[in-house]
Ligand binder design. Structure first.
Ligand code: SF4
Ligand code: SF4
Length: 238
């Protein structure tokens, strides 16, 4: 990552209305009051953060900026270009905060605000994750055959996992990387009804529109798939 100094310069040059809108969006999230209380700057969260070991990133810095963003909304905007994307939402930080803050949760809702605003930097940051995004939106799981590394993992996935592991190279070669089409039955087995319901929920809840603003390619593909879904009512109890 280029580091926070680079993002601070970007935030200074940003449209003030967008900076304030991202801040307002973040603060009105329904989970904000649960995730933020007050920060005593102890550093416990950073001490356990795996992302801190690998990148120029600290949840303590995030929470401190959240705390001071009330009067300086640009403090949040300084982190949306790349900084917050170093967090992979393990929530170890939440367990150890003596003030009851959830730094990972705050980062998640800031990511949401960045996505909702379709910021160019967010689009650029998320572009390499298009395949994962598509897979999550259409199946509810992000695991794909190229993530399988051994027969030992995920035994509860059933016998097809062993078969997959034995022919992993062939499956990897056969996957059209752009779309991952045809891999639904090569990882977690998701039935068609579940996938259809997922698309309908995403369509009705506005998730697809939100994704369109940050990743138009994936958003359009999923929107097309969702438009073709017609759900028959589930059979009720006898
Ligand atoms: S949720 Fe994010 S900030 Fe918290 S410990 Fe995990 S990687 Fe670090
Ligand atoms: S553990 Fe909690 S109080 Fe300590 S620095 Fe992190 S967010 Fe602040």
């Amino acid at each position: 990552m280029p580091g926070l100094q680079w993002e601070i310069a970007n935030a200074r040059a940003a449209d003030r209305a967008v900076v304030e809108s991202v801040h307002a969006d973040f603060k009105r999230h329904v989970s904000f009051p649960d995730y933020f209380h007050s920060c005593i700057n102890c550093g416990n969260c950073t001490a356990v953060c795996p992302a801190f070991r690998m990148a120029d990133f600290s949840p303590r810095v995030v929470v401190q900026k959240v705390m001071h963003s009330k009067t300086e909304p640009e403090l949040l905007f300084q982190m949306v270009d790349q900084y917050i994307w170093a967090c992979f939402q393990c929530y170890s930080c939440w367990d150890v905060c003596p003030a009851g803050n959830n730094p990972g949760g705050l980062i998640a809702i800031l990511k949401e605000a960045a996505v909702r605003h379709g910021l160019p930097s967010t689009q650029q940051t998320l572009q390499p994750y298009s395949r994962i995004l598509y897979k999550i939106m259409t199946t509810g799981t992000q695991i794909t055959p190229d993530m399988h590394t051994s027969k030992g993992l995920f035994r509860d996935w059933g016998p097809h996992k062993v078969e997959l592991a034995e022919h992993l190279e062939e499956y990897r070669d056969a996957i059209p990387v752009e779309t991952l089409a045809g891999v639904y039955d090569k990882s977690w087995q998701v039935d068609q009804r579940t996938m259809d319901e997922l698309l309908v929920i995403e369509r009705e809840a506005g998730v697809i529109d939100m994704v369109k603003s940050s990743n138009p390619d994936v958003g359009e593909i999923v929107a097309e798939e969702a438009s073709q879904v017609e759900l028959a009512p589930r059979e009720g109890p006898a």
